[in-house]
Design a protein around this ligand. Structure first.
Ligand code: SAJ
Length: 438
């Protein structure tokens, strides 16, 4: 049994050395925060280009400022490496690697397992490993305690294990890593004590829960809550369209209820690296226990079906001007999965683009944040948004409502606009009915 107080005082005095495995949209901000708090931090990253950028003080993550990184690197507080051997000198390892779905829609824990395997030979007594990547209940114990025991140590006595879900909302200017409450669950009481002490030196609010499994479940519940409510409002959009009711008016009016209601907004589908994926982690785990998560499955069915519904609406709109999808010129305006970020992962706009091309339309896109995109078998480039490129389209579909776009100019030059994000509602009436809404 190691001496916990030694580790706790290393947190207090910031002499503890921290490693962050996976320097992406979760790991990089966390590494910068820990270094700003006074720790010496090393980012362990498989991508050599990213390692070079970190060591040159360059940020490749929208929410991390290069000037902050540069100062920390120059002061020797932050560095990057591809080598796992650094783990032998670390007191803390935070794992923030991707946990996507594989081709069959099952959880892909490959990156977590790879991280555990690669650091195993360098594990040593009196250190803590905390997994932050979203995963299914029970997996932290399954994967990390195996690595610790295989290395010849006792979890919770020699090496401490915790799960603390990331709650990064990319592009959120109000809530960042330091001021977003952090749920923390340890594998044992000692693990919880050590993990809570560590995170208390990093973030403003630590929320201890009883186990790693509880912490894993909290994260999945948070994001499943969002996915199901987005699915509900997307189905409401379909219902309202059939009843010739404006769904946006309904949501806006319902939002006036000061208690017991929380607005969600319809859209062309569900993008990002979390909301479309996390509920499937829970559904997959429950399938292995012979339980069918009906709510999750239904929400997933509705959300993944929204791009097809958008295409059906497009066909109806073009029909109004005696055009078919085939042969029409269509611009997708906004390709990223949500406004004012540069991330294309799981973006429904990509599905809309691909489905329109499959139906024979000539499709282009403009996105001020995404200069190029791989869609289907081709790489497309963002078309400059000029009077000419807008005028030559039969239809402009707003799939993501980036705030930097001049929508007045788009509406004045376009022949017809299908706004799936309600971003032009306030100005649309000036443009004699050429705007339709989801
Ligand atoms: N969306 C809708 N309607 C809504 C809200 C969102 O269609 O009412 C769509 C968005 O357009 C986007 C997707 O859902 O395509 C996900 O949106 P999001 O706002 O959840 O954005 P993420 O995935 O970047 O960030 C989320 C966090 N967002 C918020 O809490 C607002 C949070 O759910 C998680 O902490 C985080 O992912 C994560 O990493 O788990």
């Amino acid at each position: 049994m190691v001496n916990v107080t030694k580790l706790l005082s290393a947190f207090e005095g910031k002499s503890a050395r921290i490693g962050v495995i996976g320097m992406g949209y979760v790991g990089y901000p966390m590494a910068v925060l820990a270094a700003q708090k006074g720790y010496t931090v090393v980012g362990i990253e498989v991508n050599e280009k990213r390692v070079d950028q970190i060591n040159q003080g360059i940020s490749y993550i929208q929410d991390v400022k290069s000037e902050e990184v540069k100062t920390l690197v120059e002061n020797g507080k932050l560095s990057g490496t591809t080598e796992y051997s650094v783990v032998k000198d670390l007191d803390v390892v935070l794992i923030t690697v991707p946990t996507p779905l594989n081709k069959t829609g099952d959880p892909d824990m490959g990156f977590v397992i790879q991280a555990a395997d690669q650091m195993q030979e360098f594990l040593h007594p009196s250190m803590i490993i905390s997994l932050e990547s979203t995963t299914y209940p029970g997996s932290t114990e399954e994967i990390l305690s195996k690595a610790v025991t295989d290395a010849g140590y006792v979890p919770g006595e020699d090496i401490f294990i915790a799960f603390s879900p990331e709650r990064v909302d990319p592009g959120n200017k109000v809530y960042q890593t330091e001021n977003t409450p952090k749920v923390v669950g340890g594998m044992t009481a000692n693990c919880s004590e050590v993990a809570t002490a560590l995170y208390s030196t990093l973030v403003k609010h630590v929320i201890p829960v009883s186990s790693t499994t509880a912490a894993e479940m909290v994260k999945l519940y948070e994001n499943t809550f969002r996915a199901i409510n987005i699915g509900l409002v997307n189905e409401l959009a379909i219902i309202c369209n059939l009843l010739k009711i404006d769904v946006w008016e309904i949501v806006e009016a319902a939002s006036t209820k000061p208690f017991g209601f929380m607005p969600f907004f319809p859209g062309p589908g569900l993008g990002g690296h979390c909301i479309p994926i996390d509920p499937s982690y829970l559904a997959w785990k429950m399938k292995s226990l012979q339980y069918k998560t009906r709510f999750i499955d239904l929400a997933t069915e509705i959300n993944t079906g929204m791009p097809v519904w958008v295409i059906n609406r497009v066909a109806t709109l073009l029909n109004e001007i005696e055009k078919s999808v085939k042969g029409s010129k269509i611009m997708i305006l906004g390709l990223a999965y949500k406004a004012d970020i540069d991330d294309l992962r799981e973006s429904p706009a990509l599905d809309v683009f691909r489905l329109l091309e499959e139906k024979g339309a000539t499709v282009v896109y403009h996105d001020p944040y995404c200069p190029q995109a791989h869609i289907g078998k081709q790489t497309h480039h963002s078309l400059e948004l000029t009077d000419e490129t807008i005028r030559e389209q039969d239809l402009v579909i707003i799939t993501t409502g980036h705030s930097t776009v001049d929508y007045h100019n788009v509406l004045s030059k376009a022949n017809m606009v299908f706004d799936t994000r309600n971003i032009t509602r306030k100005i649309a009436e000036k443009y004699d009915g050429k705007v339709r809404f989801l």
